[in-house]
Design a protein around this ligand. Structure first.
Ligand code: PMP
Length: 423
């Protein structure tokens, strides 16, 4: 049995009052809080090791490189990716957004003929199709929409069920012989719905398309194995999985990373550079990691990954399911509508809701006055809000540190909103 109260006690930030109430943090889908071991890891790195990686002959540089590569291996283990030297499948990025843009830029470069014959599988031309879904965060929608504009490819998308699930059952119609790229979210950041990706992956591979997973909202909450899921690429951010801001990871199947041309250019990604001929780039992952790396943050993210594995992602899933069950009681309040599945099945503890007649910013302020932090707005996912006939909503989202009491406090506070605003 995991003692989740003891886990909560590892988060110093939660031990405070906000507006005279004990803080209840229900905004982990935006960013998670950090356990003491992660905070310490970053400071300890600066206190004892700090140096650039993969360069310099001195001892600190060697230690820094070992710490950086060990962190990459821990992150790989968390998501079922290869970690052995020469077979690495994890690329360090600036976050999910950076990872998704890296892919879209690299595919654009392949479309211009960069990367040669090996990169042809990523090349797009007019008439080709890129498929996303209406549930996407803007960091999936926009890079691939721009890629479509740049290459003349057509952007298509999966529609959603009434409760906001991606219509995986339509994969055979939406994905065609002309589809080259499919990018969908594993868990909706507004709906909390877990996508049934298997039929989409199967169909994408049947037509030779590359399948990209936005794993931002799955890696922190579910046991995820990218090999078992058979995805080609996956992007996510460290700051939502109890790690630092400013870093993230891109998983790529090894043979695809080897075939993919680089997207960012600079130091530490090149074997040979000349004035009068093209450079010769390094093998992955270095090829995609131009510039000085955020080493302290990556090391701390590795500690976060290990910390999550020590709790056990099955335990995290089970714990957060109990919180989701309590949050879903929001839907029983008069005038409150849940934007996502009402049943506590194939979903996580991210529950967006609308309060009839009360603007989300008013709801958020009313809730905040009671020390409860939730997110309001469109959560960088405007199309899914349009699907529900709204521009904005309120969103509560759980983390390992939340208790059922936290969720119950929110439900109680939300039940007071409409009476307070007299609607
Ligand atoms: N995709 C999803 C589903 C997200 O929830 C987020 C974060 N809101 C992102 C992508 C983008 O992540 P980041 O802002 O950390 O790059």
């Amino acid at each position: 049995m995991v003692d989740f109260a003891a886990i909560r006690a590892q988060f110093p930030i939660l031990d405070q009052e906000v507006h005279g109430h004990p803080l209840v943090y229900l905004d982990s889908a935006a960013t998670s809080q950090k356990p003491q071991c992660v905070i310490d890891a970053e400071a300890e790195f600066y206190r004892t090791i700090n140096a650039g990686v993969h360069r310099g002959a001195h001892e600190l540089a060697a230690r820094s490189t070992v710490a950086f590569e060990e962190a990459r291996a821990k992150v790989a283990r968390l998501v079922g990716a290869n970690a052995e030297e020469g077979r690495e499948e994890i690329v360090v990025t600036g976050g999910a957004t950076a990872g998704l843009n890296l892919l879209a830029t690299a595919f654009g470069n392949a479309s211009l003929g960069r990367g040669g014959e090996a990169a042809r599988r990523f090349a797009l031309k007019p008439g080709d199709e890129i498929v996303v879904s209406k549930a996407e965060h803007h960091s999936v929608l926009l890079p691939f929409q721009e890629l479509a504009y740049r290459t003349g490819a057509t952007l298509k998308w999966f529609d959603l069920t009434e409760d906001g699930r991606i219509r995986s059952d339509t994969a055979d119609e939406v994905i065609t012989e002309r589809t080259k790229v499919v990018a969908v979210t594993h868990v909706g950041n507004t709906t909390g719905a877990i996508t049934d990706i298997a039929p989409i992956v199967r169909r994408a591979h049947q037509v030779g398309a590359v399948f990209i997973l936005d794993a931002c909202q799955s890696v922190p909450h579910l046991k995820v194995d990218f090999h078992a899921l058979d995805v080609d690429f996956a992007a996510w951010s460290a700051h939502k999985m109890y790690g630092p801001t400013g870093v993230g990871f891109l998983y790529g199947r090894r043979e695809l990373l080897e075939a993919l041309p680089p997207a960012n250019f600079g130091g530490s990604m090149v074997e040979l550079a000349w004035m009068d001929q093209p450079a010769q780039y390094m093998e992955p992952p270095a090829r995609f990691e131009a510039g000085t790396q955020p080493v302290a943050q990556v090391v701390a993210a590795g500690v976060a990954a290990e910390w999550m594995m020590n709790i056990g992602m099955e335990n995290v899933e089970a714990h957060e399911r109990t919180i989701a069950a309590e949050l879903l009681k929001l839907g029983d309040i008069d005038g409150v509508r849940i934007l996502g599945p009402r049943e506590n099945v194939d979903r996580i503890g991210t529950v967006a809701f609308d309060v009839a007649g009360v603007h989300p910013h008013d709801v958020g302020q009313f809730i905040d006055a009671q020390g409860i932090a939730i997110r309001v707005g469109h959560h960088c996912a405007q199309p899914v809000h349009r699907h529900f006939g709204l521009y904005a909503s309120n969103r509560a989202s759980s983390g390992v540190y939340n208790s059922v009491d936290d969720a119950a406090a929110l439900v109680e506070a939300v039940s007071q909103v409409r009476p307070f605003f007299k609607v």
